[in-house]
Design a protein around this ligand. Structure first.
Ligand code: 6PG
Length: 268
């Protein structure tokens, strides 16, 4: 049984017994938000990330989800992408395509991935332009209170350094406010060239989920969620800056990742 609670301003926390339980809960949640979004505005705009997140979504290609999810209404985006060829093993697009998107009936024209034949700067500009067109035609909703898209669901992983998307600790990309997509040529984690959603876009989503597992994430999880004496630690812990202004935030983790949370320690 998962241990769940809601923190007064850090969202809902779900600490799962094991990865199987986490994976079932995550796909149930995705299917639920998919259905609600399609009812509300006729489409489901979902944003993926790389890393182990995609493997936790694996059950979506199995019964009953493969049949109950309305794949034709899905529009797929990435919170960040490594600027490499789409056929390269480092590509987040390839990871999602091989393990999920090629196995369900999402229309290829609904998959909004980067142009892998241009420079990193051009890839960021083109990707933002494509999203702006989709906001203009109302496929992607617009935020009511900021100049940002309002994605139905943004799924993020988290590194042990607390990075989310390709927003790394103390990196200038964290402070970009006027662009929806920015680029890096010096990512601390290889490959160095990446594009990433900026914080205003992440924080304008209707639902944001952070998934992190394993003991190596425990300290970052504690710094991202627990009440801390030093608020200025934020720029060194990007996950702490995930704070949807008018949306829901849920943290999915296993026990090792949750082991340093104040609440979890006290409940043991
Ligand atoms: C990358 C990765 C990275 C990943 C996190 C969490 O672009 O380098 O995609 O951002 O999402 O490090 O990864 P794990 O869940 O696999 O630990």
């Amino acid at each position: 049984m998962a241990l769940t609670w809601t923190h007064k301003d850090r969202g809902e926390i779900r600490v799962h017994e094991n990865l199987e339980e986490l994976s079932i809960d995550l796909v149930d949640y995705i299917a639920e938000i998919s259905e609600a979004s399609i009812k509300e505005h006729g489409a489901f705009c979902i944003v993926l990330s790389g890393g182990s997140l995609i493997s936790f979504m694996g059950k979506l290609i199995e019964p009953p989800y493969d049949k109950i999810v309305d794949w034709a209404k899905w529009y797929v985006f990435w919170a960040d992408e490594r600027v490499v060829a789409k056929s390269h093993d480092d590509s987040n697009y390839k990871l999602a395509k091989d393990n999920l998107l090629s196995k369900v009936n999402v229309f290829p024209r609904h998959i909004c991935s980067i142009n892998d034949t241009v420079s990193v700067e051009e890839a960021a500009t083109e990707y933002e332009f494509a999203i702006r067109q989709m906001v203009r035609t109302r496929t992607v909703a617009a935020s009511d209170n900021s100049d940002s898209p309002r994605f139905d669901l943004i799924l993020l992983g988290m590194g042990s350094d607390g990075h989310v998307a390709s927003l790394f600790p103390n990196h200038p990309a964290l402070e970009v406010k006027d662009d929806w997509v920015t680029f890096l040529t010096d990512s601390p984690k290889p490959p160095p060239e990446r594009i990433t959603f900026t914080l205003p876009v992440i924080n304008s989503a209707a639902n944001v989920v952070v998934v992190a597992t394993g003991e190596s994430k425990a300290n970052a999880m504690h710094l991202a969620i627990d009440d801390l004496p030093l608020p200025e630690t934020s720029l060194s812990l990007p996950a702490r800056l995930v704070h949807p202004s008018n949306g829901n935030l849920i943290w999915f983790m296993d026990k090792p990742a949750g082991s340093k949370l104040d609440r979890f320690k006290f409940s043991e």
